[in-house]
Design a protein around this ligand. Sequence first.
Ligand code: GLA
Length: 742
Amino acid sequence: MGIRYLEEERIFKLDTPNTTYLLGVVAKEGFLGHLYYGKKLEDVTGAGYLSRVEEPPFVPEKNDRDRSSFFDAFPFEYSSHGVGDFRESSLKIRTMAGHVASSLVYVSHEIQKGKGKLAGLPATFGNEAEVTTLTVTCTDPSIGVNVELSYSAFEKVDVIARSVRVINASKEPVWLEKVMSLCLDLEGKEYDILTLHGSWARERHEERKPLGHGKYAVSSRRGESSHQEHPFLALLSKNADQTMGEVYGFHFAYSGNFIGQAERDQFGQVRVVMGIHPEDFSWKLEPGESFQAPEVELTYSSLGLGGMTRTLHDLYRRHMIRSPWLHKKRPILINNWEATYFDFTADKILDIAKESAKLGIEMLVLDDGWFGNRFDDNRSLGDWWVNEEKLRGGLGRLVSEINALGMKFGLWFEPEMISPESRLYEEHPDWAIQIPGRRPCRARNQFVLDVGRREVRDYVLEKMFAVLHGANVEYVKWDMNRPLTDLGSAALPADRQGELCHRYVLGMYEMQERLLAEFPNLLLENCSGGGGRFDPGMLYYSPQIWCSDDTDAVERLMIQEGTSLLYPLSCMGAHVSVCPNHTVGRTTPFATRGMVALAGTFGYELDVTKLSDEDKAAVPRQIRAYHAFNDLVREGKYYRIASYLENRDHDCFQVMEDGGKKGLIFFTQVLATPSSRSRRLPLQGLKKGSRYRIFQVNLNKEELLTDTGRVYSGDVLMNAGLTLERPWGDFQGRLLYLEEEK
Ligand code: GLA
């Protein structure tokens, strides 16, 4: 496996366990062409023909009078700008003279075991046995700019990680106006495109549609990866479903403005580009300086969407998440946000903690409102010192009392923000992102701090560290509750204002890096008004991210389906809250809410002192199920069986231990149906020749498991399916456990 250069044919062959990627140096000029990406190939002798240079339109050396006919059709590894390829360009560089054309040719390459870090950016990692990296250096001789295209092929995971570095080797400054991290020219098959869309409280719903001619893009210009569109797209063969068909997945490991676009051209070929959104972006490169573009994770599955899902889960678990918490059971937390909002005192928090401790909850997380003058969301962001009026005796005292109950303590921050009504804003109004002379747009009555500036980061971290050193805080929820607008930085000169958004993201990454360096065992959970910054980049810093402010069990089924399409369940922050639900007003059974949260990190977000006796009695039973099954949920293989978004009736997925010996089936009948017939659901991931015993998991009974007495072969369960009785009533969850018979 790994990466080989076939010198005679000038072809690079990149292999992962089940896929091959081919690129080649073509023609005398040395264009870098894309030859193939798909199912694994062994012998690729003579595969250079795939570039079609021997077919019309011929390469420029044979047909210079029609250079554009070549440029506009050739499958480029990294497309040019303004020289005859009218499809999407990958790179736009403005020179001192004001020109913006660029076109790259091959110079040299290097193949190395392992994978280097991307300066200042999150990226996958792996040691010399796990990954091989090819770096191809190209140049545009007319402007003296070099571009390094980097490809890392993983040994055990079907992923190729791509990134790009631009180096100004000329004697004059240049301005980068667009640097895509990926360009991939695919053959002209018919594809569907799958993307994730949403809004606040409705994140990452799947959407699939045919890819027609023209361009289809997902993007964000909100300064974060966003609730609305996700830095992901997949191209699917028409027949692709969960278990079969071809799927190309593209996932951007970046937490700011992005674009992901698929374009079907005049010849039916498809070009995918992905990278930082070129709008609101420019970057000045002085001679000798370089720019590192973030990484795209590229995956191909011939086993349908399920194959892509399990590949990405493996990738993030093995090669992206660094936290020491990755493989650990996370403490079951109770968060006071939906319980109290801003209205709490130390006594109230202690009451919640005492009751929680009795039920087996392991950590209390104090959310927004503990600092400055924060009695509502109109003020005090930036004033990171304890509000003694609410927390008499200070944080240290509260935390020791909570620790004395045997519970851990966690705390909420929103480090990137500043309220116009705050001490910080009085002292440093120029630290807020805004344009002089223009009334800035408020969102939740707050502004965004210019964390691209070193002094701003230093200040905020100093205040945070003081709080965290002053009490035994073992968990931090890092929130970010508004998008970026009014893009002006008081610290940047006119020709660098376009750097603000990317500098912001780099600054935020650096802050999280420094926080973790100071507190290496901290359990960090990212959040952005729920799941507005849930992306692979953030996973590099936190092993879990708050999925959504919507804790309604039904809405969560759809949010968690879309999220788990790409992310391991161990990343998905999920809590049980009260009904009627605070966001949608729906009432669902407590057990269903428990089951849905058990498919994520699991915790509670309610006032446990006000729970009914019945619900309170159920809490320790849900907790017992968490302890029994979290290893499986956290580390298992994920299989999507049925989608409520698609069928508007029920939801079902499975988590299997690696090796297929045991697993869980999560089933929810969302709406009651009058049919008395049972439902038959074909399972996945079992061993064909083994027999499995099926148990009911009780979230509200004395014993955890009830043996149903049903034992069937994997073969039957996977092909004919498991029959499940239709439950009585709406929103009925059912959790089953199955185990191979010895
Ligand atoms: C965001 C978060 C919530 C909560 C509030 C506090 O909306 O997503 O979980 O922390 O902020 O203001």
